[in-house]
Design a protein around this ligand. Sequence first.
Ligand code: COA
Length: 185
Amino acid sequence: MKPQGTKRLETDRLILRRFVIEDAEDMYQNWTSDPEVTKYLTWPTHSSLDVTKAVLEDWLPKYEDDNYYNWAIEYKETGKVIGSISVVKLNDIVDSADIGYCMSRALWGNGIMPEALTAVINFLFDEVGLNRIAAYHDANNPKSGRVMDKAGMRLEGVWRQAGKNNQGICDEVWHSIIKSDRLKK
Ligand SMILES: CC(C)(COP(=O)(O)OP(=O)(O)OC[C@H]1O[C@@H](n2cnc3c(N)ncnc32)[C@H](O)[C@@H]1OP(=O)(O)O)[C@@H](O)C(=O)NCCC(=O)NCCS
């Protein structure tokens, strides 16, 4: 593994970059205050802009760590930050990462998160040198599984009642891609 830190990535419609404190308002407006976005997430809906600012203040110093990967998703068309995608767990023994993401409800259904996830997968394989990238979703949140499918991950299985989120205890549906899967396409 060659730790790179949160490097700027670019796709057709998106810029993936480090968060800055000025992103707090876009974050709050676009996703952290929306209970539909946080429905299947592990953190509570933000009750005020100050909560979002405090979260950002916690994140920003972590960018000094080259094993910290947490991107703001900027939508080129509007210049707004519309979501986030991050490595929630890194395992340097087997060179693997687990990914999490969320974004503004106003833009759901446009294939934006699959575009972001594909860029992150390519970066983690090609530049960081990982071998396995995985993610899970609540069994009641299959739209997140569609994102994983579209980014080339495949279904691994279900961990029954293994997780807890804002809906309570849930079944976790795991997907993954390993580096050699890409050669099989
Ligand atoms: C999951 C999420 C990231 C999907 O991002 P996206 O950019 O909308 O992804 P896509 O456009 O590929 O849509 C994925 C699926 O969402 C569903 N979907 C699309 N538009 C939708 C809408 N307006 N409302 C509800 N669901 C919708 C569809 O099932 C779609 O699959 P399909 O293309 O096969 O029909 C987004 O819905 C989100 O942020 N959800 C809340 C946070 C979350 O659940 N994060 C994942 C935790 S594991």
